[in-house]
Design a protein around this ligand. Structure first.
Ligand SMILES: Cc1ncc(C[n+]2csc(CCOP(=O)(O)OP(=O)(O)O)c2C)c(N)n1
Ligand code: SF4
Length: 263
Protein backbone atom coordinates (compact mmCIF):
# COMPACT_ATOMS: atom_id res chain seq x y z
CA UNK A 1 0.00 0.00 0.00
CA UNK A 2 1.34 3.41 -0.93
CA UNK A 3 2.06 6.02 1.76
CA UNK A 4 2.14 9.81 1.47
CA UNK A 5 5.79 9.44 2.49
CA UNK A 6 6.53 7.93 -0.95
CA UNK A 7 5.49 11.21 -2.58
CA UNK A 8 7.44 13.63 -0.36
CA UNK A 9 11.00 14.57 -1.39
CA UNK A 10 12.36 14.36 2.15
CA UNK A 11 15.90 15.28 1.11
CA UNK A 12 14.63 18.72 0.03
CA UNK A 13 13.13 19.58 3.42
CA UNK A 14 12.95 21.80 5.42
CA UNK A 15 10.74 23.80 3.10
CA UNK A 16 11.20 27.50 2.46
CA UNK A 17 7.72 28.74 3.42
CA UNK A 18 7.16 31.12 6.33
CA UNK A 19 6.00 29.66 9.64
CA UNK A 20 2.22 29.25 9.50
CA UNK A 21 1.96 29.36 5.69
CA UNK A 22 -0.82 27.10 4.44
CA UNK A 23 1.01 25.84 1.36
CA UNK A 24 2.56 22.95 3.32
CA UNK A 25 -0.90 21.71 4.29
CA UNK A 26 -1.84 21.57 0.60
CA UNK A 27 1.40 19.70 -0.15
CA UNK A 28 0.55 17.10 2.51
CA UNK A 29 -3.04 16.73 1.23
CA UNK A 30 -1.75 16.24 -2.31
CA UNK A 31 0.66 13.50 -1.21
CA UNK A 32 -2.15 11.83 0.80
CA UNK A 33 -4.45 11.95 -2.23
CA UNK A 34 -1.84 10.46 -4.57
CA UNK A 35 -1.07 7.70 -2.07
CA UNK A 36 -4.77 6.89 -1.62
CA UNK A 37 -5.18 6.66 -5.40
CA UNK A 38 -1.97 4.61 -5.64
CA UNK A 39 -0.82 6.55 -8.70
CA UNK A 40 2.90 5.76 -9.10
CA UNK A 41 5.07 8.90 -8.74
CA UNK A 42 6.49 8.37 -12.23
CA UNK A 43 2.96 8.59 -13.67
CA UNK A 44 2.41 12.12 -12.30
CA UNK A 45 3.75 15.53 -13.31
CA UNK A 46 3.31 18.43 -10.90
CA UNK A 47 3.52 21.60 -13.01
CA UNK A 48 3.64 25.08 -11.53
CA UNK A 49 4.35 28.68 -12.34
CA UNK A 50 6.16 31.16 -10.11
CA UNK A 51 5.03 32.02 -6.59
CA UNK A 52 5.29 30.64 -3.06
CA UNK A 53 2.58 28.09 -3.91
CA UNK A 54 4.46 27.03 -7.03
CA UNK A 55 7.16 25.66 -4.74
CA UNK A 56 4.82 22.79 -3.79
CA UNK A 57 6.27 21.07 -6.83
CA UNK A 58 9.75 21.25 -5.27
CA UNK A 59 8.81 18.80 -2.53
CA UNK A 60 7.26 15.89 -4.40
CA UNK A 61 8.88 12.77 -5.82
CA UNK A 62 6.76 12.87 -8.97
CA UNK A 63 8.01 14.45 -12.18
CA UNK A 64 8.10 18.23 -11.81
CA UNK A 65 7.91 21.16 -14.16
CA UNK A 66 8.21 24.82 -13.23
CA UNK A 67 7.47 27.29 -15.99
CA UNK A 68 7.03 31.04 -16.15
CA UNK A 69 4.50 32.94 -14.05
CA UNK A 70 0.96 32.56 -15.40
CA UNK A 71 1.82 30.06 -18.13
CA UNK A 72 1.42 26.80 -16.21
CA UNK A 73 -1.67 25.66 -18.07
CA UNK A 74 -0.10 26.27 -21.48
CA UNK A 75 2.92 24.14 -20.58
CA UNK A 76 0.74 21.55 -18.88
CA UNK A 77 -1.48 21.22 -21.95
CA UNK A 78 1.61 20.39 -24.01
CA UNK A 79 2.80 17.83 -21.46
CA UNK A 80 -0.64 16.22 -21.36
CA UNK A 81 -0.94 15.99 -25.16
CA UNK A 82 2.54 14.47 -25.44
CA UNK A 83 2.06 12.00 -22.57
CA UNK A 84 -1.68 11.47 -22.01
CA UNK A 85 -1.07 8.42 -19.79
CA UNK A 86 0.52 10.66 -17.14
CA UNK A 87 -1.61 12.66 -14.65
CA UNK A 88 -0.76 16.36 -14.93
CA UNK A 89 -1.46 18.38 -11.77
CA UNK A 90 -1.02 22.15 -11.96
CA UNK A 91 -0.41 24.38 -8.93
CA UNK A 92 -1.05 28.09 -9.45
CA UNK A 93 -1.41 30.90 -6.92
CA UNK A 94 -4.35 33.29 -7.13
CA UNK A 95 -2.15 35.84 -8.90
CA UNK A 96 -0.77 33.23 -11.27
CA UNK A 97 -4.14 31.64 -12.10
CA UNK A 98 -6.48 34.63 -12.08
CA UNK A 99 -4.35 37.61 -13.19
CA UNK A 100 -1.48 36.94 -15.60
CA UNK A 101 -2.72 33.40 -16.29
CA UNK A 102 -6.43 34.21 -16.43
CA UNK A 103 -6.74 33.81 -20.18
CA UNK A 104 -5.03 30.41 -20.10
CA UNK A 105 -7.43 29.34 -17.37
CA UNK A 106 -10.52 30.31 -19.35
CA UNK A 107 -9.35 28.43 -22.42
CA UNK A 108 -8.05 25.32 -20.64
CA UNK A 109 -11.50 25.07 -19.04
CA UNK A 110 -13.28 25.80 -22.34
CA UNK A 111 -11.27 23.10 -24.11
CA UNK A 112 -11.83 20.78 -21.15
CA UNK A 113 -8.18 19.72 -21.16
CA UNK A 114 -7.70 16.69 -18.91
CA UNK A 115 -5.69 18.52 -16.23
CA UNK A 116 -6.10 19.05 -12.49
CA UNK A 117 -5.63 22.69 -11.46
CA UNK A 118 -5.05 23.41 -7.78
CA UNK A 119 -5.36 27.12 -6.94
CA UNK A 120 -3.96 27.84 -3.46
CA UNK A 121 -5.71 31.18 -2.82
CA UNK A 122 -3.90 33.09 -0.09
CA UNK A 123 -5.70 36.28 -1.16
CA UNK A 124 -2.55 38.04 -2.31
CA UNK A 125 0.76 37.77 -4.14
CA UNK A 126 2.87 36.16 -1.42
CA UNK A 127 6.21 35.80 -3.15
CA UNK A 128 6.49 39.41 -4.29
CA UNK A 129 5.38 41.12 -1.07
CA UNK A 130 1.61 41.06 -0.60
CA UNK A 131 0.13 42.88 -3.60
CA UNK A 132 -3.60 42.33 -4.24
CA UNK A 133 -4.81 39.86 -6.84
CA UNK A 134 -8.15 39.62 -8.70
CA UNK A 135 -9.32 37.26 -5.93
CA UNK A 136 -8.43 39.59 -3.03
CA UNK A 137 -11.68 40.71 -1.36
CA UNK A 138 -12.64 44.38 -1.79
CA UNK A 139 -11.51 46.75 0.98
CA UNK A 140 -8.54 44.49 1.85
CA UNK A 141 -5.30 46.16 2.81
CA UNK A 142 -2.39 45.02 0.65
CA UNK A 143 0.95 46.50 -0.37
CA UNK A 144 -0.78 47.95 -3.46
CA UNK A 145 -3.99 49.04 -1.69
CA UNK A 146 -2.90 50.84 1.45
CA UNK A 147 -6.33 52.44 1.90
CA UNK A 148 -8.24 49.24 1.00
CA UNK A 149 -8.73 47.51 -2.34
CA UNK A 150 -11.11 49.59 -4.43
CA UNK A 151 -11.88 46.84 -6.98
CA UNK A 152 -14.33 43.95 -6.64
CA UNK A 153 -13.06 40.36 -6.64
CA UNK A 154 -14.40 37.59 -8.85
CA UNK A 155 -15.19 33.97 -8.08
CA UNK A 156 -12.68 31.79 -9.93
CA UNK A 157 -14.84 28.70 -9.39
CA UNK A 158 -17.86 30.18 -11.15
CA UNK A 159 -15.57 31.44 -13.89
CA UNK A 160 -14.25 27.89 -14.45
CA UNK A 161 -17.79 26.50 -14.53
CA UNK A 162 -19.10 28.91 -17.16
CA UNK A 163 -15.93 28.42 -19.20
CA UNK A 164 -16.61 24.66 -19.37
CA UNK A 165 -14.67 22.82 -16.65
CA UNK A 166 -15.87 19.31 -15.82
CA UNK A 167 -15.13 19.49 -12.09
CA UNK A 168 -14.95 22.53 -9.81
CA UNK A 169 -14.74 22.67 -6.02
CA UNK A 170 -13.50 24.89 -3.23
CA UNK A 171 -12.25 24.17 0.27
CA UNK A 172 -9.76 25.56 2.80
CA UNK A 173 -6.64 24.30 4.53
CA UNK A 174 -8.74 24.12 7.72
CA UNK A 175 -10.79 21.34 6.06
CA UNK A 176 -7.98 18.90 5.33
CA UNK A 177 -10.05 15.75 4.94
CA UNK A 178 -12.40 17.50 2.52
CA UNK A 179 -9.39 18.82 0.61
CA UNK A 180 -7.97 15.30 0.20
CA UNK A 181 -11.37 13.98 -0.97
CA UNK A 182 -11.80 16.79 -3.52
CA UNK A 183 -8.23 16.31 -4.74
CA UNK A 184 -8.85 12.62 -5.34
CA UNK A 185 -12.06 13.37 -7.23
CA UNK A 186 -10.37 16.08 -9.28
CA UNK A 187 -7.39 13.88 -10.17
CA UNK A 188 -9.67 11.02 -11.28
CA UNK A 189 -11.93 13.31 -13.32
CA UNK A 190 -11.62 13.09 -17.10
CA UNK A 191 -11.52 16.69 -18.30
CA UNK A 192 -10.54 19.99 -16.72
CA UNK A 193 -10.85 20.07 -12.94
CA UNK A 194 -10.19 23.01 -10.64
CA UNK A 195 -9.87 23.00 -6.86
CA UNK A 196 -9.52 26.36 -5.14
CA UNK A 197 -8.05 26.11 -1.64
CA UNK A 198 -8.30 29.15 0.63
CA UNK A 199 -5.11 29.30 2.65
CA UNK A 200 -3.45 31.73 5.07
CA UNK A 201 -0.55 34.01 4.24
CA UNK A 202 0.14 35.30 7.77
CA UNK A 203 3.20 37.22 6.61
CA UNK A 204 1.30 39.61 4.32
CA UNK A 205 -2.49 39.28 4.06
CA UNK A 206 -2.89 38.30 7.71
CA UNK A 207 -0.58 41.02 9.02
CA UNK A 208 -1.92 43.79 6.77
CA UNK A 209 -5.53 42.94 7.66
CA UNK A 210 -4.97 42.34 11.39
CA UNK A 211 -6.14 38.74 11.18
CA UNK A 212 -3.64 37.53 13.76
CA UNK A 213 -1.23 34.61 13.71
CA UNK A 214 -1.63 31.53 11.50
CA UNK A 215 -3.84 29.65 13.98
CA UNK A 216 -6.20 32.63 14.22
CA UNK A 217 -6.27 32.89 10.44
CA UNK A 218 -7.32 29.25 10.26
CA UNK A 219 -10.18 29.97 12.69
CA UNK A 220 -11.09 32.99 10.58
CA UNK A 221 -11.21 30.82 7.44
CA UNK A 222 -13.37 28.29 9.21
CA UNK A 223 -15.81 31.03 10.28
CA UNK A 224 -15.86 32.82 6.93
CA UNK A 225 -16.14 29.87 4.54
CA UNK A 226 -19.49 28.11 4.85
CA UNK A 227 -20.87 24.95 3.22
CA UNK A 228 -22.27 25.53 -0.26
CA UNK A 229 -25.76 24.27 0.66
CA UNK A 230 -26.00 26.85 3.46
CA UNK A 231 -24.60 29.58 1.25
CA UNK A 232 -27.27 28.89 -1.38
CA UNK A 233 -30.01 29.51 1.17
CA UNK A 234 -28.62 32.88 2.20
CA UNK A 235 -29.62 36.26 0.93
CA UNK A 236 -28.40 39.75 1.55
CA UNK A 237 -25.21 39.24 3.50
CA UNK A 238 -23.60 36.61 1.22
CA UNK A 239 -20.78 39.00 0.42
CA UNK A 240 -19.40 38.42 3.92
CA UNK A 241 -18.89 34.75 3.21
CA UNK A 242 -17.18 32.32 0.87
CA UNK A 243 -18.76 28.95 0.21
CA UNK A 244 -16.97 25.61 0.14
CA UNK A 245 -18.07 22.44 -1.59
CA UNK A 246 -18.36 20.78 -4.98
CA UNK A 247 -19.82 23.27 -7.45
CA UNK A 248 -19.82 21.08 -10.55
CA UNK A 249 -19.07 17.45 -11.38
CA UNK A 250 -20.19 16.64 -14.90
CA UNK A 251 -19.29 14.52 -17.90
CA UNK A 252 -18.16 16.12 -21.17
CA UNK A 253 -15.69 15.13 -23.91
CA UNK A 254 -12.16 16.23 -23.04
CA UNK A 255 -9.83 18.07 -25.40
CA UNK A 256 -7.75 15.06 -26.49
CA UNK A 257 -10.83 12.94 -27.26
CA UNK A 258 -12.18 15.78 -29.39
CA UNK A 259 -8.83 16.15 -31.17
CA UNK A 260 -8.76 12.42 -31.96
CA UNK A 261 -12.37 12.58 -33.11
CA UNK A 262 -11.60 15.55 -35.33
CA UNK A 263 -8.54 13.78 -36.77
C1 LIG B 1 6.06 37.24 -16.19
C2 LIG B 1 6.27 37.52 -14.73
N1 LIG B 1 5.64 38.56 -14.15
C3 LIG B 1 5.80 38.82 -12.85
C4 LIG B 1 6.63 38.03 -12.10
C5 LIG B 1 6.85 38.35 -10.64
N2 LIG B 1 6.12 37.46 -9.79
C6 LIG B 1 6.66 36.34 -9.26
S1 LIG B 1 5.64 35.50 -8.26
C7 LIG B 1 4.42 36.65 -8.50
C8 LIG B 1 3.07 36.58 -7.81
C9 LIG B 1 2.90 35.45 -6.88
O1 LIG B 1 1.59 35.45 -6.36
P1 LIG B 1 0.65 34.21 -6.53
O2 LIG B 1 0.64 33.72 -7.92
O3 LIG B 1 -0.67 34.59 -5.96
O4 LIG B 1 1.35 33.06 -5.65
P2 LIG B 1 1.79 33.07 -4.10
O5 LIG B 1 3.20 33.55 -4.07
O6 LIG B 1 0.86 33.99 -3.37
O7 LIG B 1 1.65 31.66 -3.70
C10 LIG B 1 4.82 37.66 -9.36
C11 LIG B 1 3.99 38.82 -9.76
C12 LIG B 1 7.29 36.95 -12.73
N3 LIG B 1 8.08 36.11 -12.05
N4 LIG B 1 7.11 36.74 -14.04
S1 SF4 C 1 4.88 35.09 1.95
FE1 SF4 C 1 2.86 34.22 2.47
S2 SF4 C 1 2.45 32.69 0.84
FE2 SF4 C 1 4.67 33.15 0.82
S3 SF4 C 1 5.62 31.58 2.14
FE3 SF4 C 1 5.22 33.40 3.41
S4 SF4 C 1 3.20 33.00 4.33
FE4 SF4 C 1 3.41 31.62 2.58
Amino acid sequence: MASYRDYLAWERLPHLWCAGCGHGVILKALTLALAALEVPPDKVVVASGIGCSGRIGDYVTTHRFQGTHGRTLAFATGIHLARPEVKVICVMGDGDAAAIGGNHLIHAARRNVDLTAIVPNNLNYGMTGGQFSPLTPPASISSTSRQGKAEPAFDICHLAVVAGASYVARTTVYHVTEMQKFLQEAILKKGFSLLEVLTPCPTYYGRYNALGEAAQMLEWLNRSVIPLARYRQMSGDEARYWWRGRLVDREAPDFLSRLKGAG
